[in-house]
Structures are given as C-alpha cells and as structure tokens.
Design a binder for this molecule. Structure first.
Ligand SMILES: Cc1cc2nc3c(=O)[nH]c(=O)nc-3n(C[C@H](O)[C@H](O)[C@H](O)COP(=O)(O)O)c2cc1C
Length: 360
C-alpha cells in the first residue's frame, strides 16, 4: 500500500516523499522581476517537501503582469535564482520552475499590448503598481508569432536549467495564456489553433514538445485546471477537452501531470476567488488519470487525511499543497505526526516583506 511518505520517481527527479509544494505567487521579487534574498530562506525552509514547484515565473515581459513576481528571461534573473535552487538542494530537496505566460491578464502597464487566443478581455481587475486596474482587451496572437512564443518557452526552460532547477512545469491552468487557447469561452480562432478540441490543444502540445526537446521530457511537467470557471475562462465540454489534453500529453512522456481540482464539497474553499458550487462540474480528474499513463499529481483543498486517502486508493500518485505551505514550512512533519496546520491570513499573500513569508 502506497503512502504519502514513500519516495517517487518523477522522470529524472527522485522525490523523497509524495507531498509536493504547489506553485504560489508571493510577490517578493523586485520591480524588475529579479528574485530577492528573502526567497532563498523561504524556499530553503520548505525543502522537506518531496518536490517544490516554484511560484509562477514569467517567461518574458509580454507574459508577466503581476507586481513583484519573478521572471526567468534574462541573465540577472537566472543568477538571482541560483542561490535559491542551491539552498533547496543543500537541504536535500528538489525544485522545479513554473513557466508562466499570463496572456490577457497582463495589463498594458506591464506590456503595451497583451496577447491571447482571441481579442477578448478578462473580467475584473489586474493588480498593478498603480493599484487595481480593469483588464484591457488583448490582441489575438498572430499565427506568424507562434514560433517566437515557442522560442520564449524554450529560452525560459534552458534558463531554468542554468539556474539550477531540477526541471520545469508548464503553467497551462487558471485562465492564463495556454488555458485561454484551450477553452471555447476565450478561443474564437478560425485557424488550426481554434475550433475543434484537437486544434485548441495544439498550442499546449507544441509548447510541451519544444520544452521537452530543450531540457528533456523527464524534467518537464504540466499543470491543468479542468474544473473551474477562472478569470472568465471555462469550457462547454470540459470533460472531453481535458481527456483529449491528457491523452496528448501522455504521448509526450512528461514527468508528471498536476491537476488542480477542488474536492467535491470543498469548492467554496477557494478563498482567493468568489466561486460558488454552480461554477463547478462533477470531478473531471478521474477520467484524466485514466487517460494519462505517467505520474499524476492532484491539487486543491487537500489536508493530511484526504491526501493520504487519495494516494492510498491509487487515484493519484502524489498530492500538492498550496495554502497549507504558506504557514507550515514543516508540512511533511505535521502530516506525519498528525499535528494541526497553522492557519494564515490572506492579507500576507502578496506583501513585499518577510512578515507572513519566512517567519513561520
Ligand atoms: C497566494 C497564492 C498564490 C498562487 N499562485 C499560483 C501560481 O503562481 N501558479 C499556479 O499555478 N497556482 C497558483 N496558486 C494556486 C495554488 O497552486 C493551488 O492550486 C491552490 O491554492 C489550491 O490548492 P490548496 O487548496 O492546497 O491551497 C496560488 C494560490 C495562492 C493561495
């Protein structure tokens, strides 16, 4: 019987347990998107996780519109990541870099004309250095620019390896660029990147292929979030769409697929957004698992007990924890001895200081 404390081979990465730290934007980099020394301590403190997935990290300025979030498109950023990956390795941990392109949720205050699958506008407001601003309409990414976008992903993946990461995760979840291409609520293209499901998953697969080619499929992971109406992005047939995506990713031999889907009955637990149960479909992850032959990581609203259960029953190979890792750097020990998690307060998610970051 498998437990959360059994090691797991994730492609080229040997994780010492099945408790993974989920990617979390914490806004502690500089205005130029360069990682800062306090991030060394933060990630080092959490190195007992079997694997850390870094916060969303911009592949380019075009793709990064979150204040004080880190990037990985230039040398200065790469150099500033090095002591962070070293700190995790020194503590015996593993860390991969989440490659982020925010698509239409990049506000023009960060990059003049944001891109998306089609000319659409995200609902709501962007965090900017000048406070909250309504999102602006994106331009449809011209087909001729797709090779350039793929190169941006390849450069970021190579930079991640230069920075000492153990691999990367392609962020294809949560209503950002790749998710905007996947779903029929935001993709109205007439070319071979829009229309049928096969066409809408094309960009995801092309990005996966180029990243695998750059750094190895055994160091490339992907994150999807099938079951959410997030940042205005949803799909009229999410079940079929995400089964097709899982089958296509399976052929690429990626090291794991991470799926963010809240547990039934816990959907409202997403405190970062105002979602109701009506915004969710029945669970989609079981059919994704069936259609994906590699390692399957589940995320969303898990605690120690529910995580133990899902790994024990074989519905997932590992579980990633987001919010619990904010205030419990020793989460692995807490789960092992059954100690309650320390709670945290949302007001410290994105402040630029050490309070609520490295003082737990
Ligand atoms: C403060 C915060 C920042 C987040 N940033 C990211 C991110 O950069 N990339 C990402 O894929 N998900 C991000 N998420 C989502 C988490 O990875 C995770 O999917 C979500 O919190 C649900 O898991 P949990 O119930 O264990 O917290 C973020 C969540 C929180 C709370």
């Amino acid at each position: 019987m498998t437990t959360l404390f059994d090691p797991i081979q994730l492609g080229a990465i040997k994780a010492s347990n099945r408790i993974i730290m989920a990617p979390m934007t914490r806004a502690r980099a500089t205005k130029d998107h360069i990682p800062t020394p306090m991030m060394i301590k933060y990630y080092g403190q959490r190195a007992t996780a079997g694997l850390i997935i870094s916060e969303g990290t911009g592949i380019s300025q075009e793709g990064l519109g979150f204040p004080y979030a880190p990037g990985i498109w230039n040398k200065e950023q790469v150099n500033a990541w090095k002591p962070i990956t070293q700190a995790v390795h020194k503590e015996g941990g593993k860390i991969i870099c989440q490659l982020w392109h925010m698509g239409r949720t990049v506000h023009p205050l960060f990059y003049p004309i944001p891109i998306s699958a089609s000319a659409t506008t995200a609902p709501g407001y962007a965090h900017t250095y000048e406070g909250k601003k309504p999102y602006m309409q994106a331009k449809a990414l011209p087909k001729e620019e797709i090779p350039r976008l793929l190169k941006d992903y390849a450069r970021a993946a190579n930079h991640a390896m230069d920075a000492g990461f153990d691999g990367v995760q392609i962020h294809a979840a949560n209503g950002y660029l790749i998710d905007e291409f996947l779903r029929d609520s935001s993709n109205f293209r007439q070319d071979e990147y829009g229309g049928s499901i096969e066409n809408r998953i094309r960009l995801l697969i092309e990005i996966t292929k180029i990243v695998c080619h750059s750094i190895g499929s055994d160091r490339t992971a992907v994150r999807l979030s099938p079951n959410e109406r997030v940042q205005g992005v949803f799909d009229n047939n999410a079940q079929l769409l995400f089964i097709a995506a899982s089958q296509a990713l399976s052929k690429e031999n990626i090291n794991f697929l991470e799926v963010r889907e809240p547990q039934i009955g816990h959907q409202n637990n997403y405190v970062e957004k105002d979602l109701t149960d009506a915004d969710f479909y029945p669970a989609i992850f079981p059919s994704m698992r069936e259609n994906f032959k590699g390692n399957f990581v589940i995320n969303g609203t898990y605690d120690g007990q529910s995580a133990q259960k899902i790994v024990k029953t074989g519905q997932a190979d590992a579980v990633s924890f987001g919010r619990p890792y904010i205030s419990n750097p020793d989460l692995v020990t807490k789960i092992k001895i059954g100690k309650p998690f320390v709670s945290h307060d949302q007001s410290i998610w994105y402040t630029q200081n050490e309070k609520g970051y490295t003082d737990f």
